[in-house]
Write a protein that binds this ligand. Sequence first.
Ligand SMILES: NC(=O)c1ccc[n+]([C@@H]2O[C@H](COP(=O)([O-])OP(=O)(O)OC[C@H]3O[C@@H](n4cnc5c(N)ncnc54)[C@H](O)[C@@H]3O)[C@@H](O)[C@H]2O)c1
Length: 305
Amino acid sequence: MTIVGAGNVGATTAYAAATRQLGDIVLLDIVEGLAEGKALDIAEAGPLQPSDCRIVGTMDWQETADSDLVIVTSGLPRKPGMSRDDLLAKNVQIVKDVAERTAKYSPNSIVIVVCNPLDAMVYAAAKVTNFSKNRVMGMAGALDSARFSYFLARELGVSVEDIKCVLMGGHGDDMVPLPRFTSVSGIPVTELLDEEKIAELIDRTRNGGIEVVNLLGYSAYYAPAAGVVRMAEAILKDKKTVLSCCAYCDGEYGAAGYFVGVPAVLGQNGVERIIELKLNEAEQAQFDKSLAHVKQLAAKVDKLL
Ligand SMILES: NC(=O)c1ccc[n+]([C@@H]2O[C@H](COP(=O)([O-])OP(=O)(O)OC[C@H]3O[C@@H](n4cnc5c(N)ncnc54)[C@H](O)[C@@H]3O)[C@@H](O)[C@H]2O)c1
């Protein structure tokens, strides 16, 4: 696989993927020495893990040729006071460049986009690569679901493993966590917590990204990398994993022609299926609001590409 961008998310993804022995990794960046240095450091951890994955760092796209998976983390991250949308104009140019090269060097790859604003960058990557829609997707739902699950597990005093949740919509403040489809080992969370407490945890989830940005001064990367690796593993091992990801909707949930967060089945063909839940009126209204925002950003991408 290729990981584009050897910054915080890219390098951490490479480390986590090597730890889980997901296969050989090419880490690529435009900053001289960065990808090479990170790759060497990760490779030198191999004997201790132990992990036999071959990992190389490079600035040369030729070394990425014929990758099965390309993970796009190249892009500016936000700083305190910034929204993800503030990154659009700069990151769309980076994604355009990376998508063109991905299509040239790895025409049969599956692409996972990570850079923000997420849903708009997935839209841009799909447009530029012109890959079939199941082969282009974005990582956000895995991270947002993990944040919600973590907050619920701490509140309830149960294992994080026991929480299963569904989260939809765009990767922004208007994301749509769905408590009705969230359970603790099969017990609906609505049976265990009152509405007010659930609303409080949803609010913290929606602001999960900025909470870390405000603490660190830069954006999160351990949990985002774990989210990417979960998706990569599902695809590379053809696991048919059900998780929320930014996927192309062809009418599902009333979204036609857009990439937005939905529950999906991930396997060797990328997004193999979108699971359509019967949302109630309030849930659908929240999703529609989030989708409207995703559409606005996609229109901006269309103007910039
Ligand atoms: N989807 C999510 O849930 C999520 C979570 C965290 C971060 N992000 C996003 O991921 C992106 C990366 O975040 P980060 O913290 O790793 O940033 P970072 O600044 O640490 O790393 C970005 C790297 O991309 C490289 N780069 C820039 N242009 C490039 C190009 N054309 N080709 C190759 N490499 C290039 C930079 O040199 C840098 O090393 C940001 O856009 C951030 O907002 C998304």
